[in-house]
Design a protein around this ligand. Structure first.
Ligand code: GDP
Length: 436
C-alpha cells in the first residue's frame, strides 16, 4: 500500500498550508523530513522540515495520528508549514522522492477512510457536500449526513431485512426444527413496515434536489417592463443589461442567491412577445420551457397598464400555477395596484417581494428536520429496494421471497457501501478535491 500525500489547503499564497500524509510509511517520512524518531500521537510538535541532503526547507507544526485512530484509519501526519508556493512545492517534491510515497488522487484520503470503515459512503458524500456548501441550509444538512443521519436509517432498515431473511432461510432449510408459521407473518409485517417508511422517505417533494441544485425562480414578462432592473436589484449587482431597447435580454441570465440559507437560482428571461426575429424567438421559447420547469415564477407587469397583463405573459403563466404577478414602474403612475407594487429602479417595494420569496422557498424546503435525498443514486437504490420488497410479498415460493429480500437488502447496502462495488467507489470519490 502506497503512502499518499497532498496539500489539504487551497492552492495559492496563504499564511499556513497543510500537507497531509496517510499510509504505512508515514513514520519513516517524519523521520526523514522532520528528524522525528518517535512522533507522539495527537501532539503538536514544532519541527524543522528538511530535504534528504539536510537542507532546511521550513519550520512547521507537525501532527501525527496513529492508525486506526485517524481520519483514514491508517497512520496520518499533517505538516502545517508556511503557505508560500515555494515552500509547498519544495516539500511536495521531497515527499515525491521518498520510497513508496506518491501524490494522492482526488478524494483518496476519504476513500481510504471508507475502505477502513471509519465512515460509510453517505457520510463521505456528506463530507463532499460540506466542502462544497455555499449556504447555511446546505451546510446544516451536509453535517447531519456526515454525522450518519442517512446511514442510521438505511442500516436500520437493512438490519430488519437481514433478520427477516435469516428467519426465512432457517424456515426453508430446517423444516424439522418446527419454526412456527407465525414467523412468516412476522416477516410480512416487517416488510410492510419498511415499505411504508421507504415510500414516505422517497416522497421528499424534490427538496434534496433543490437543496443541491437550487430552488429555481424565473422572472418573466413583456419586454421593457423592468425584469432586468429587478434582477439586478435582487442580485444586488449588475448581472443583466438594463436598456430601454426592447428585446435586449435574448437568452437566460442566471444568478445564485441565498434565501434564508437555501440556494436559489434566479433567472431573467427574454421578454415575451410575438416576434419574427430568429434569435429573439429562440430566447422566448427557452423562456417558456424555463417557466414550465421553474419552482416559482415572478411575472413582471407594467403598473401603468394595471390591471392588464399582456396576453403573451398571461398565456405563459398558464404553464405554471406557482406564480406571482408584481407591478413595476409604480413611480410612473398614480394607480395603486392591488398586489406587490415596485420600483425596480430605486428598489422601492423590494422588501415585500423578498418576504414573499422567502415564504415560498421556506414553505417548499421544509423546516430543516427532514431527511434530504440529494443524490439520484440514493433514489435509484431506494426504488430498487422498494420494488424488491413489493415483489417479495407476492412471490409464489418462499425461495423467491427470500431472494427478493436479499436484493432489497443489497440495494440499501449499495447506498451505504456495505456491498462494496469498486466502480461505484471510483465514481463517488473522483468528485472530491485532492487532499481530501
Ligand atoms: P426588461 O426588458 O423587462 O428587462 O426591462 P429593463 O430592466 O431593461 O428596463 C427597461 C427600461 O425601464 C429601462 O430604461 C429601465 O431603466 C426602466 N425601468 C425599469 N424599472 C423601472 C421603474 O421601476 N421605474 C421607472 N421609471 N423605470 C424603470
Amino acid at each position: 500500500m502506497d503512502t499518499i500525500f497532498a496539500p489539504s489547503t487551497a492552492a495559492g499564497q496563504a499564511g499556513i498550508a497543510v500537507i497531509r500524509l496517510s499510509g504505512p510509511a508515514v513514520r519513516d517520512v517524519l523521520k526523514t523530513v522532520c528528524h522525528m524518531d518517535n512522533p507522539k500521537p495527537r501532539y503538536a510538535a514544532f519541527s524543522g522540515i528538511y530535504a534528504p541532503d539536510g537542507d532546511k526547507i521550513d519550520e512547521a507544526v507537525v501532527l501525527f495520528f496513529k492508525g486506526p485512530n485517524s481520519f483514514t484509519g491508517e497512520d496520518v501526519a499533517e505538516i502545517q508549514c508556511h503557505g508560500s508556493r515555494a515552500v509547498v512545492k519544495e516539500i511536495l517534491s521531497v515527499l515525491s522522492s521518498l520510497p513508496d510515497c506518491r501524490m494522492a488522487e482526488p478524494g483518496e484520503f476519504t476513500k481510504r477512510a471508507v475502505y477502513n470503515q471509519k465512515m460509510d459512503l453517505t457520510a463521505a458524500e456528506g463530507l463532499i457536500d460540506l466542502i462544497h456548501a455555499d449556504t447555511e441550509a446546505q451546510r446544516k444538512w451536509a453535517v447531519r449526513q456526515m454525522d450518519g443521519a442517512l446511514q442510521r436509517v438505511y442500516d436500520g432498515w437493512r438490519g430488519e431485512l437481514v433478520q427477516s431473511l435469516a428467519l426465512m432461510e432457517a424456515y426453508i432449510d430446517f423444516p424439522e426444527e418446527e419454526i412456527p408459521d407465525s414467523c412468516l407473518e412476522d416477516i410480512r409485517n416487517r416488510t410492510y413496515n419498511v415499505i411504508t417508511q421507504l415510500e414516505q422517505h422517497l416522497d421528499d417533494k424534490g427538496r434534496g434536489k433543490r437543496l443541491k441544485e437550487g430552488f429555481s425562480i424565473v422572472l418573466v414578462g413583456a419586454p421593457n417592463v423592468g425584469k432586468s432592473s429587478l434582477m439586478n436589484q435582487l442580485a444586488k449587482r449588475d448581472v443583466a443589461i438594463v436598456s430601454s431597447i426592447a428585446g435586449t435580454t435574448r437568452d437566460i441570465v442566471e444568478v445564485s442567491l441565498d434565501v434564508a440559507g437555501y440556494p436559489v437560482i434566479l433567472a431573467d428571461t427574454a421578454g415575451l412577445r410575438e416576434t419574427e426575429e430568429e434569435i429573439e424567438s429562440i430566447g422566448i421559447s427557452r423562456a417558456i420551457k424555463r417557466i414550465r420547469e421553474a419552482d416559482f415564477v415572478i411575472a413582471v407587469a407594467d403598473a401603468q397598464d394595471y390591471p392588464h397583463v399582456d396576453e403573451t405573459t398571461s398565456r405563459a403563466l398558464a404553464e405554471n400555477p406557482a406564480h406571482l404577478i408584481v407591478w413595476n414602474k409604480c413611480d410612473l403612475t398614480d394607480q395603486k395596484p392591488d398586489g406587490l407594487c415596485l420600483c425596480a429602479q430605486t428598489g422601492d417595494g423590494l422588501d415585500a417581494l423578498w418576504d414573499k420569496i422567502t415564504t415560498v422557498v421556506v414553505d417548499t424546503m421544509g423546516t430543516g428536520s427532514e431527511l434530504m435525498l440529494t443524490r439520484e443514486r440514493y433514489k435509484t437504490a431506494l426504488r430498487d429496494c422498494l420494488a424488491a420488497l413489493k415483489r417479495s410479498l407476492t412471490a409464489p415460493a418462499l425461495e423467491l421471497q427470500a431472494e427478493d429480500l436479499r436484493l432489497a437488502a443489497n440495494a440499501l447496502g449499495k447506498i451505504t457501501g456495505r456491498v462494496q462495488v469498486a466502480e461505484l467507489f471510483d465514481i463517488i470519490f473522483s468528485t472530491f478535491c485532492i487532499g481530501k
